[in-house]
Design a protein around this ligand. Structure first.
Ligand code: NI
Length: 181
C-alpha cells in the first residue's frame, strides 16, 4: 500500500535521530568521564550505593543486554527476554577494580556499535513485540527509546554525584526505582 510510505519514512528518520542522539550523548559524556580521577570515580557514598564507576559498569551491562534484544527482536517472532539482576551483575564483575579509562572506553565503543546497529534496523522490525522479565509486551521501537532514556537518567545521576563531590552537600539517597533498566 502506497499509504505506508510516509509513516515508514518517519520511522526510519526516528531511528536515525535516535542513533545520532546516542552517539552525541555518549561522546560528550565520555570526554567528561575521562577527565575524572579513577579513585574519585570509585568512591561510594555508602556501601549499598553504586560508585560512579559502578554506574558506568551498569551502563555497560545495559548496553550488553540491550544489544541482544536489539538483534534478536529482528528475528521475526515475539521474543521473551530475561531481565537481569542489576546489583548482582555489577557485583560479580567487580567494576570497582576495573581500570577506569578501560571502562569508559568500553562503554563508549559499545554504544558507538549500538548506534551503528540501530541505524540498520529495518522500519518494519520496530513494531516487533518483545517481552522482558515477565513484563507486558512492548515494541522494539519502545525498547530503543527506553534505552536512551535510561542512559540519560544515569548520566544525570553521575553529574549530580560529581557536583556533590566538588561542592559537598549532604549525600543523596539512591533512587532504587530507576535501577530496573
Ligand atoms: Ni539503571
Amino acid at each position: 500500500m502506497s499509504g505506508n510510505v510516509v509513516p515508514l519514512l518517519g520511522i526510519e528518520m526516528r531511528v536515525e535521530t535516535l542513533a545520532t542522539e546516542l552517539v552525541t550523548l555518549v561522546e560528550s559524556a565520555a570526554l567528561d568521564l575521562r577527565a575524572f580521577d579513577g579513585e574519585a570515580a570509585a568512591a561510594k557514598p555508602s556501601p549499598d550505593v553504586w560508585s560512579i564507576k559502578e554506574i558506568v559498569g551498569h551502563l555497560v551491562d545495559s548496553a550488553a543486554n540491550n544489544h541482544q534484544r536489539f538483534v534478536r527482536a529482528q528475528e521475526g517472532k515475539e521474543l521473551t527476554f530475561p531481565g537481569y539482576e542489576q546489583d548482582g551483575w555489577v557485583r560479580s564483575q567487580d567494576y570497582q577494580n576495573q581500570g577506569w579509562l578501560d571502562l569508559v572506553d568500553l562503554w563508549a565503543l559499545y554504544n558507538r556499535h549500538l548506534a551503528h546497529l540501530i541505524r540498520r534496523i529495518p522500519a518494519a522490525a520496530l513494531e516487533a513485540p518483545c517481552r522482558i522479565g515477565g513484563a507486558s509486551s512492548v515494541t522494539l521501537g519502545f525498547l530503543l527509546e527506553d534505552y536512551v532514556v535510561h542512559l540519560r537518567h544515569h548520566l544525570r545521576q553521575i553529574k549530580e554525584r560529581h557536583n556533590v563531590r566538588l561542592h559537598p552537600t549532604p549525600p543523596r539517597r539512591s533512587r532504587a526505582a530507576y535501577r530496573r533498566r
